[in-house]
Design a protein around this ligand. Structure first.
Ligand code: HEM
Length: 223
């Protein structure tokens, strides 16, 4: 039990993070032309819009919520006047909305990949695995929000802070319910897989686009 817990919540997360880091470096060096979102908008637009918009808003806000809610210690929330009960309530209602958006959006994207011939023909096994993994991780996350009702502020949250500050304490995870453990372990597995998928596009968000100067196009008038 102790050994399994240590392997799952100490060894495995660091293996996943090492693969995540080295995998991105390797992919960047060896496959720079393949480093993109592989847009399929030019093949099919109407059904893409709803799924891709819902999914991206959902997943980006979910990631922001995870970072803010888990990485910031409760004592700082307390200092800001947000006690544990209020923190949990905010996490519950926001998680319910954005988690569902990510999950339903990902299901719609998978349906589109399966049921539209033009999209199916350009879909690889890697694309399907990526979407299935996103559906699984977000699905179990939504399940936990709906049915878990577990107080993770003093267990999962300090554990993940220990992982990112290189002071891990796997014992914090020992009595966490199994559905939370599955969510966490599958999310780390997805992190390890992501450099080898189209998910690399996350790191190339076109932020510069919003700040760049206008590009002027002038018609050349024949004299
Ligand atoms: C950093 C901000 C992000 C930007 C700017 C972005 C942009 C894009 C774009 C342009 C596409 C192609 C859509 C098309 O077919 O035209 C795409 C697809 C996709 N993105 Fe993102 N993305 C971001 C973050 C994320 C995140 C955080 C995830 C998941 C963790 C994600 C997962 C996906 C997936 C799975 C697809 C493929 C959808 C499909 O065609 O089946 N993206 N993204």
């Amino acid at each position: 039990m102790e050994m399994g817990n240590t392997l799952a919540f100490l060894v495995f997360p660091y293996i996943a993070l090492a693969l995540f880091t080295a995998g991105h470096a390797y992919r960047y060096v060896t496959d720079r032309y393949g480093w993109n979102a592989k847009s399929s908008e030019f093949l099919e637009k109407e059904n893409l819009f709803f799924g891709v918009t819902m999914f991206h808003w959902g997943v980006l806000l979910t990631l922001a919520g995870h970072a803010g809610g888990l990485l910031i210690p409760q004592r700082l929330f307390d200092a800001a006047g947000i006690d544990a009960a209020a923190h949990t309530a905010i996490a519950f209602y926001s998680g319910l909305a954005v988690g569902h958006a990510a999950f339903i959006g990902a299901v719609l994207l998978l349906f589109r990949r399966i049921f539209f011939r033009r999209i199916r023909r350009t879909t690889t096994l890697n694309d399907v695995v990526t979407l299935l993994a996103l559906i699984f991780v977000s699905g179990v996350g939504v399940f936990n929000v709906l049915f878990g009702h577990y107080d993770l502020l003093y267990t999962v949250a300090p554990w993940i802070r220990g992982i990112v500050t290189f002071a891990p304490d796997p014992m914090l995870m020992r009595d966490v319910p199994v559905s939370y453990k599955i969510h966490i372990l599958s999310a780390f597995a997805l992190l390890a897989f992501s450099p080898f998928s189209r998910l690399v596009h996350i790191w190339s968000a076109p932020v510069g686009y919003f700040f760049r100067g206008w590009i002027l196009f002038r018609r050349k008038v024949a004299e």
